[in-house]
Design a protein around this ligand. Structure first.
Ligand code: PLP
Length: 428
């Protein structure tokens, strides 16, 4: 595979953009490779600037559930663009999209739009703190909720649950309110509530997609609901990734546990920068201008982005078997790859939720971040490079999730399994 132009583009970029990328995971550093510079996308495929073609399971990290450059969304966006890119004043399309989202969820009376998942979660946390008049929050190891200060936290030493910053530039004074618990481990959550009587909320990815794909156990989520109720704390489901991905109603539509606040992003903007958070009236009415909790955004509810999101959601609503079909394809892919790996005695753990899929090179099941970290990172890096050479674009980190889009056929998936078999053979 020739990637000469990408190599040159990367070195040019590095001169003026830190690390050559505007978001770190794009740099391919965890698999020791070089990022591919993209020229265009079409349906299931990406095309790089050297003329190579890839089957894309990253899909802009989730948003593109209808594949690249979908004609219907393109048409809608083109029409909107002609009327102006932004007004900083209300537009009808915001209400239309909000209504559709609110109608889907029993949990939601209102949503507010922002411009990224990070913003959605940051705002949701502020509302939870303002509403409960408490400062502490509980988050889980391995869950990612964007890069805002109080959420960039990793484990403190030993028994202390109070978090320490995972990045320079984040004052410990800001993260001391973030308590860290272990995913799928209810005792660690109970410990947080023993350590603090000032907990505003628990925030969780109910289907974690940022430590690889690791779904929370339903029983665990039920217990979180109970603990929140007993302590008058709010439960936040961060569905920035799983929303409109795991099912039409995300994880919330699958697990049968109701959160107090939901956050969205990724698919909701269909590739445009959109995030959203929502809750019942009692909570959302606390937001300014109605209420006293401040939250704002110059480009929030941007009309181009809203039109893209609305068209995308309408298309998802058209086919009530859509997520079943996507899940079948995700199962076909992961089972096929696992079978191929087993021919060469390579142990693989696989999981699927709707259009989301994940795999780990591990002998044992992965239920939390510690398990994920124990999986074979070296093998993942070699597999990633091997598949890239075969024209298959998987996320360049083992802590990411893969995505199926509506344009992927069984035939396409079978071709990927064949390529995986070839790569496993070379690696064994
Ligand atoms: C991607 C993601 C975010 C952050 O969204 P951005 O749009 O990248 O700011 C937050 N939470 C979860 C669960 C995510 O997957």
């Amino acid at each position: 595979m020739n990637i000469e132009k990408s190599l040159k583009a990367f070195s040019d970029a590095k001169e003026v953009i830190p690390g050559g990328v505007d978001s770190p995971v794009r740099a391919f550093s965890s698999v020791g490779g070089t990022p591919i510079f993209i020229k265009k996308g079409k349906a299931s495929h990406l095309y790089d600037i050297d003329g190579n073609k890839y089957i894309d399971f990253v899909q802009s990290w989730g948003p593109l559930i209808h594949g690249h450059a979908n004609k219907k969304i393109e048409k809608k966006v083109n029409k909107a663009i002609k009327k102006g890119l932004s007004f900083g004043a209300p537009t009808i399309v915001e209400t239309k999209l909000a209504k559709k989202i609110v109608n889907l969820f029993d949990e939601l009376d209102q949503v507010r739009f922002v411009s990224s998942g990070t913003e959605a979660v940051m705002s949701a946390i502020r509302v939870a703190r303002g509403f409960t008049n408490r400062d502490d929050i509980v988050k889980f190891e391995g869950c990612y909720h964007g890069h805002s200060d109080s959420l960039l936290v990793e484990a403190g030493s030993g028994a202390v649950t109070f978090g320490t910053p995972s990045s320079p530039g984040v004052p410990a004074d800001l993260t001391k309110h973030t308590l860290l618990a272990k995913y799928n481990d209810i005792e660690s959550v109970k410990k947080c509530f023993e350590d603090s009587d000032n907990i505003a909320c628990i925030i969780i990815e109910p289907i974690a997609g940022n430590m690889g794909l690791v779904p929370a156990k339903v029983e665990f989520l039920k217990e979180l609901r109970t603990i929140c109720d007993e302590n008058n704390a709010l439960l936040i489901f961060d569905e920035v990734m799983s929303g409109f991905r795991a099912s039409l109603k995300g994880a919330t539509g699958i697990v049968g546990v109701s959160p107090d606040i939901l956050t969205f992003g990724k698919v909701i903007g269909a590739g445009m920068p959109v995030g959203a958070f929502g809750a019942r009236d009692e909570i959302m009415n606390r937001l300014s201008p109605e209420g006293d909790i401040y939250q704002a955004g110059t480009l929030s509810g941007n009309p181009i982005a809203m039109n893209a999101g609305l068209k995308s959601l309408d298309m998802l609503l058209e086919d009530d078997k859509l997520y079943e079909k996507l899940e079948k394809k995700a199962l076909r892919l992961t089972r096929g790859m696992k079978e191929a790996a087993s021919l060469y005695d390579i142990p693989m753990q696989i999981d699927v939720r709707g259009s989301m899929f994940g795999f780990f090179f591990s002998q044992t099941p992965v239920t939390n971040f510690d398990d994920a970290k124990k999986s074979d990172a070296k093998l993942f890096a070699s597999f990633h490079q091997g598949m890239l050479n075969e024209g298959v674009y998987f996320a360049c980190s083992l802590y990411e999730t893969g995505f199926i889009c509506t344009t992927m056929s069984d035939k396409l998936i079978d071709s990927v399994i064949k390529k995986a078999k070839k790569v496993f053979k070379e690696l064994s």
